[in-house]
Ligand binder design. Structure first.
Ligand SMILES: [Zn+2]
Length: 403
């Protein structure tokens, strides 16, 4: 019997006796040169061979065979039911209780098998309260992370790392509380809270089932590991939040300030009072000071109509992000500034699109960045492809099908 991953209520049906990896990988070719493994279809030889090399790397475990048998007979990923429920009486408060715990010598709290840095614990706990309150699946997943067969680590990343991911090599989830994702297809949004549950679910289906599904390419969602996570728990969670499901697995990250937010925002000090500015927002101004000590940049903003000019103080870090991410089509646009004396225009669009009013000006901005402002490297959302091993010759391709 295939081993039951935490994420499935029911174990996958066993593959029939005598069903080998060789059988699962054998393909027939139709007159359009499409490759078929049962109901799995590959549009060209390259994608078929990639599938084969990914599956060969896993090596033919019973779980892999059960997964492949299931997907080749149905043409669909196995149904990813909600994670097994936590035992009755489990509460989020109990799962997050560290009152009698001390961090280890590396600064980690141990919640059963789950390790969380003491310095990141407040943000972690705020996240878990948020997602567990809204979605019982999240609480069940948290329970399983604390009662896993092997240790799992949850890291809260800084803003120079906006690539949320689950890394199976060190069994660690990396999550940035200030990153939402805007879908590249239907432009739906995934807030930081749902993105965390997405990565936790990659953890929940880790191992053979996740790897096997990851080796199956998908036009819409990169691969079937992503498809299982996005069509399953992520879509259910977005629905609970009144948000649309996404329909691709690419897009770009949005800098946001709250766990539930899906609109970009900047915190600014206006005439000494801190306030958050949300899209749509458009202001023109000139940079009058970049203060390295306080980490702030002051911009004088032209008043509209008869209003006088006023000063806005931005956290330079956010401006760096805004500027650096501009060329990667994020939502904050600083354009036209050649030096700190120049007038700049700050624009955040409401639907997350960048409006290029004057591409030539933007180019100049890049050539002459503001003093003390560096452009960070682009950060892509979780779109790491499954590692592929060198393709082996498939002597058995086209061999007899298993049924
Ligand atoms: Zn993912």
């Amino acid at each position: 019997m295939a081993e039951k991953p935490e994420y499935c209520h029911d174990p996958l049906p066993e593959a029939p006796k005598g069903f080998r990896l060789h059988d699962a990988l054998a393909a027939t070719v139709d007159d359009k040169k499409h490759y078929h493994c049962g109901k799995l279809e590959f549009e060209d030889r390259k994608s078929y061979r990639e599938f084969v090399s990914n599956q060969l790397a896993i090596g033919g475990t019973p779980q892999q065979l059960a997964t492949l048998y299931a997907v080749e007979t149905t043409g669909k990923p196995p149904q990813m039911d909600p994670v097994k429920p936590a035992p009755a009486g489990t509460t989020t408060e109990k799962l997050l209780d560290v009152s009698d715990k001390k961090p280890d010598h590396n600064g980690y709290y141990h919640l059963g098998t789950l390790r969380v840095k003491e310095t990141e614990f407040a943000q972690f706990a705020e996240l878990q309260k948020n997602i567990c309150d809204k979605n019982p699946e999240a609480r069940d997943t948290l329970y399983h992370m604390e009662h896993a067969p092997e240790p799992v680590t949850f890291r809260v990343t800084k803003d120079n790392d906006r690539n949320d991911r689950f890394d199976p090599n060190n069994n660690t989830i990396y999550w940035n509380p200030h990153t939402a994702v805007r879908d590249g297809g239907n432009h739906s949004r995934v807030p930081p809270s749902t993105a965390a549950l997405h990565e936790e679910t990659h953890w929940a289906i880790r191992g053979t089932v996740g790897d096997t599904l990851g080796g199956i390419p998908d036009k819409k969602y990169t691969d079937w590991n992503e498809k299982a996570v996005i069509d399953g728990v992520e879509t259910r969670d977005l629905k609970l939040r009144g948000l649309d499901a996404r329909d691709t697995h690419h897009g770009h990250v949005l800098p946001v300030t709250e766990l539930d937010s899906v609109a970009p925002s900047l915190t600014v000090k206006q005439n000494g009072t801190e306030r958050e500015v949300r899209a749509p927002f458009k202001q023109s101004g000139r940079v009058i000071e970049v203060n390295e000590k306080t980490g702030t940049t002051t911009i004088a903003v032209r008043g509209e109509g008869n209003l006088p000019e006023h000063r806005m103080e931005f956290k330079t870090e956010q401006l760096k992000w805004a500027m650096g991410s501009k060329e990667h089509q994020t939502d904050v646009l600083l354009e036209g500034a050649k030096s700190h004396k120049d007038t700049i225009s700050l624009q955040i669009t409401n639907d997350g699109r960048v409006v290029y009013e004057n591409p030539a000006q933007e180019q100049r901005l890049h050539d002459h960045p503001l003093p003390g402002v560096k452009f960070p490297k682009p950060m892509e959302p979780d779109i790491t492809p499954v590692a592929s091993t060198p393709a082996k010759e498939l002597a058995s391709a086209g061999a007899d099908r298993w049924r």
